[in-house]
Design a protein around this ligand. Sequence first.
Ligand code: SAM
Length: 274
Amino acid sequence: MKKIFENKNNSINPDGKIDYKKSLGQNFLYDTNLLNAIASDGGVDSTDTVLEIGAGAGTLTRVLANRARKVISYEIDKSLIPTLENIAQECKNVEFHFQDFMESDIDLIIHDRAKVVANIPYYITTPIIFKLVEHIDKFDSILVLIQKEVAERFASSVGGKVYGITSVILQSIFDVSITRIVRKECFTPSPKVDSALCKLIPHKRYNFADFEGFKNFVHLAFSMRRKTLVNNLKSAFEKEKIISALNNLKYKELTRPEEISVENFINLYNMLNN
Ligand code: SAM
């Protein structure tokens, strides 16, 4: 992990005219050092198409536009249209979509490949991530600024305190890392908790016959955290078959779900479904 951003030290334009809407997760960034650091962690260069979810006042959009070939940016709050139209005037390579990202058709919008770089609205972090997952083949990388605790869950390794369903599902298809912590004081207005930049890079290390089936399997495996894996899975598979698969992978019968690595979750899923 790199630098921790503590506060706003090089602010541009903290716009007094914006009526920040808490219900839309509007915590904006104005610090140019931080905005540049985000674009740089996103690995954006002049050949890239970048997808941004939640343009806000367009401060990150502008920084991305200065580095990328093209920026496609979504914003649901129509009261921000005049501010964002000024950015579009200034940066001709930005395409704004004033609509709910959750209703967008990614296949229609992204023709080749893209990188996602976004300070996303926290109230829909998981739905946004899983919408991107559905189109994983379109993305070289995904860098999102999200609540620190959520990022820690996404990136946790087996044995970690917060290792669980989303850690296993996301790490089965992405290399997940936290590139920076961003303190709550860096945002306008400040949220209650700190944030982290979380980077997800697709990998193809594992083979699944069926990713949807794997997701359901992981949910079932963690359905009761204090129970053993055998207890959680026995409604769907024969107990003896689960024990034998666990033993094959050198786990004991009483192993709990949080003790199983991502790779072995995939092995177990494949063994139990054969
Ligand atoms: N990118 C800006 C920045 O860094 O200062 C704003 C980030 S703010 C955390 C998230 C933005 O997402 C807000 O402007 C909010 O209105 C917008 N937003 C919320 N829900 C959305 C949705 N479903 N689709 C598109 N934009 C959304």
